[in-house]
Design a protein around this ligand. Structure first.
Ligand code: MTE
Ligand code: MO
Length: 325
């Protein structure tokens, strides 16, 4: 069987979405089940080393390793690299976890990033030029998906604050909106027209300039594999994983709260803030525990994913907002 059976504890985001989405999921499963050629391909892919592939083809490979920043570390052990790179959410490549081979279609060069909106001077910058201007480091963070699984990953990247400073926002800017590419030729999942492409996420400027907000360009000391959001993705570890938008092509400074992908799809279940809180259940499941991807152990979920000392203050005057989902 090609599509791994869902593990008992898994709750896919797609289960919480309209019926049309669920029908599409079944269609995908059927299509896979029908293909012996696909099956052989998938077996071969199981043996590939994605990180090594990224290393060979990615011009940013020469930037590694970046110095570890020991301020941001986790309780060991880390999640095995293989789990991090073969169990993914990236709806541009399908609404299931085994998208790592499909994601190899993503073309990561040339890659330009647009920075616009309420800033001194809107600009477009090539990813390699942008990286030259950013202070790279390695940080180890926890990552907790709203579906109640989690992992611990050494990311390479730079503080989002460095990009905000580089952009020189005007005082009127209140939010930063971030978008993934749109290109059905390299992301077949985007043919599913009922999703509100492009994948869009947003933070307040205060959140974006918080020291924890991190732009990821690598993991495990190598360029980030395509399935994990090459060449540039966000990591905001105190929020549910869907806030950490992948393969970003634009940063827009605005005074309007961005309408995010999941909020546009299902506002009753996924909001703008999405801060992690074990006491606030998703409408259809508890958030009290999470399954650690590496060990498969159930562990208690912690408020702000354990990062409260860095971020709790951001929310103290926002009690009327739906901060937790
Ligand atoms: N563009 C895009 N970004 C995305 C997603 C997606 O489907 N598309 N999924 C999100 C979700 S739900 C999670 S949990 C994380 C998963 O990141 P990982 O595959 O590196 O673990 O990416 C987030 N960023
Ligand atoms: Mo997620």
């Amino acid at each position: 069987m090609l599509i791994k059976r869902r593990r008992g504890w898994e709750i896919p985001e797609s289960e919480a979405t309209p019926e049309s989405l669920f029908r599409d999921r079944r269609r995908i499963v059927k299509a896979f089940a029908a293909g012996p050629i696909l099956l052989a391909g998938a077996k071969a892919l199981g043996a590939l080393d994605f990180a090594a592939m990224a290393q060979e083809t990615d011009p940013s490979a020469k930037l590694y390793p970046a110095a570890p920043n020991m301020k941001y570390k986790v309780k060991l052990p880390l999640t095995p690299e293989k789990d991090v790179t073969t169990y993914n959410n990236f709806y541009e490549y399908g609404s299931h976890k085994q998208i790592s081979s499909a994601a190899q279609q993503l073309q990561i060069r040339p890659w330009t990033v647009k920075i616009d909106g309420m800033i001194e001077k809107p600009m477009t910058v090539g990813i390699d030029d942008l990286l030259k201007a950013m202070p790279l480091e390695e940080r180890t963070y926890r990552h907790r998906c709203v579906e109640a699984w989690s992992m611990k990953v050494p990311w390479t990247g730079f503080p989002l604050k460095s990009l905000v400073d580089y952009a020189k926002p005007l005082g009127s800017a209140k939010y930063l909106e971030m978008k993934t590419f749109v290109d059905v030729k390299m992301a077949p999942g985007q043919r599913s027209f009922w999703y509100p492409w492009p994948y869009t996420e947003g933070l307040t400027i205060e959140e974006a300039t918080n020291e924890l907000a991190f732009m990821v360009i690598g993991l495990y000391g190598k360029p980030v594999p395509k399935q994990n959001g090459a060449p540039l993705r966000l990591a905001v570890p105190w929020k549910y994983g869907f806030k950490s938008v992948k393969s970003i092509v634009s940063f827009t400074f605005t005074d309007k709260r961005p309408k995010t992908f999941w909020e546009a799809l299902q506002a009753s279940e996924y909001g703008f803030w999405a801060n992690i809180n074990p006491e606030v259940s998703h409408p259809r499941w508890s958030q009290a525990q999470e399954t650690d991807l590496g060990t498969q152990e159930k562990i208690p979920t912690v408020l702000f994913n354990g990062y409260g000392e860095y971020v709790a203050d951001l929310y103290k005057d926002l009690k009327n907002e739906k901060l937790w989902a």
